[in-house]
Design a protein around this ligand. Sequence first.
Ligand code: 5GP
Length: 188
Amino acid sequence: MENKKGKLFVYAGASGVGKGTIMKELLKRNKNIKLSVSATTRGPREGEVHGREYFFVTKEKFEEMIKDNGFLEHAQYCDNYYGTPKAYVDEQLNKGYNVFLEIELQGAQNVLKMRPDAVSIFILPPSVEELERRLRDRGTETEEAIVTRLSQAKVEMENAKMYKYTVVNDDLEKAIEEVLEIVRNEAQ
Ligand code: 5GP
């Protein structure tokens, strides 16, 4: 009998909202979820590992991958390129896994156009003030990058309506459970 294909999830939210923290728990608690590892031209943050958080590549290498049609989607965000390698996503979906794409607005719009069966989830902060506090407390970005990311965050949040589901990350445990519930309902 042929395996049932997995579901594709577009998972987005402003920088600093806690997407990554929620994602780590989703992967621990639901072994049927796989996270697509993107390629990026931004430099690694402390603790980030090539092939785990991202494939860190040069601009030249990234452009070569675009030319070779290696991306499902790619976008520019705050002066860097980010893209979803196509092969891994299709491979995991074919194996029956539910695949999460943790991507920004432009990429999300493109994927939803190309794959209308994808389920979209947007993580919201309790407030913009709280988002700013979290982004500063994280301490991974320069002041200049924080300002750019906050203005980008506002654009992303104004577009929250385009996602099928929005989850407010006020209480972390509640947010994780809400996303897991969405996966259970959608990936039957
Ligand atoms: P960060 O630099 O904070 O890791 O990521 C910046 C933004 O790029 C986040 O919103 C993240 O979800 C998004 N992003 C990461 N990988 C991809 C990708 O492959 N494609 C697109 N379009 N966005 C991505």
